[in-house]
Design a protein around this ligand. Structure first.
Ligand code: 5HY
Length: 247
């Protein structure tokens, strides 16, 4: 099977880091192709970044999984903790499309009655909180905590940030009385094993969770519903720079 991993920011080193994290957990026979948009922010740390990144996701999903795509993927993962463009991607592709935030919330909920999210900039906490509400995880998510680590500080794998993330996670576990930690950035994927060992509680990386859940859904022969709001986009002309995104 082929999984398309879309990194919604335009950092090539981060796209490679995400691909490595996906390949590290992918089953034998699962081929990982990682891409990022041809335009947009190098990192996503706010609503404006997120809006442009969502258009970048639309561009890449249409290109790799839309009508006329050469070898459409069997599954798609959106590898940014805001899950930008997730619903739009599900309109385009019949293959399962998973966002790393949604996947991580589900994984954490199998392992603890309550989990805490530790993310990058404090200003993006509200984006994660909105996803907790959208996906119905209010009963299980006990808190979202920023570290004010810039996303691009994780571009090299983030080894220099592990102590600060560990400290924030320890504080969250006590303050929230939670039993698991969800890493709130795709750039933290490489730190998951080290943090798990240090903290002694389940630490969930959404990239890995989304890859394994995608393999499970594909293995079950399940696909995104093409019915109702996830039906394919209606034929429509787009103007200006977005013309190639038209239908
Ligand atoms: C991410 N931003 O996973 C998010 C993390 C965040 O560029 N990749 C980004 O801060 O929301």
């Amino acid at each position: 099977m082929k999984l398309l991993i879309v990194n919604p920011n335009t950092s090539r080193p981060m796209t490679e880091g995400i691909a490595a994290a996906a390949r590290a957990v992918a089953a034998h026979g699962t081929r990982i192709e990682a891409v990022c948009p041809s335009f947009g922010p190098l990192s996503i740390e706010g609503h404006f970044d997120e809006t442009v990144a969502a258009a970048g996701v639309a561009e890449q999903v249409k290109r790799h999984a839309g009508p006329g795509a050469v070898e459409p993927p069997d599954g798609i993962v959106i590898a940014c903790f805001g899950d930008p463009g997730l619903d739009a991607a599900r309109e385009v592709s019949g293959a399962p499309v998973l966002g790393i935030a949604e996947a991580a919330f589900h994984a954490a909920s199998f392992l603890a009655t309550g989990f805490s999210v530790v993310t990058t900039m404090t200003r993006t906490c509200v984006i994660a909180e909105h996803l907790v509400q959208k996906y119905g995880f209010e009963p299980r998510c006990r808190g979202v905590h920023g570290t004010d680590i810039p996303v691009l500080a994780l571009e090299d794998g983030g080894a220099g940030c592990v102590d600060a993330i560990e400290a924030a996670a320890r504080e969250a576990l006590v303050r929230d009385r939670s039993g698991a930690i969800v890493l709130g950035c795709a750039g933290m994927a490489a730190l998951c094993a080290e943090l798990s060992a240090r903290l002694g509680v389940p630490v969930i990386d959404g990239v890995a969770a989304a890859v394994k859940f995608s393999e499970a859904l594909i293995g079950l022969g399940l696909r995104t519903s093409g019915h109702g709001d996830y039906a394919r986009p209606l034929p429509k002309t787009y103007l200006g720079w977005a013309a190639p995104l038209g239908w």
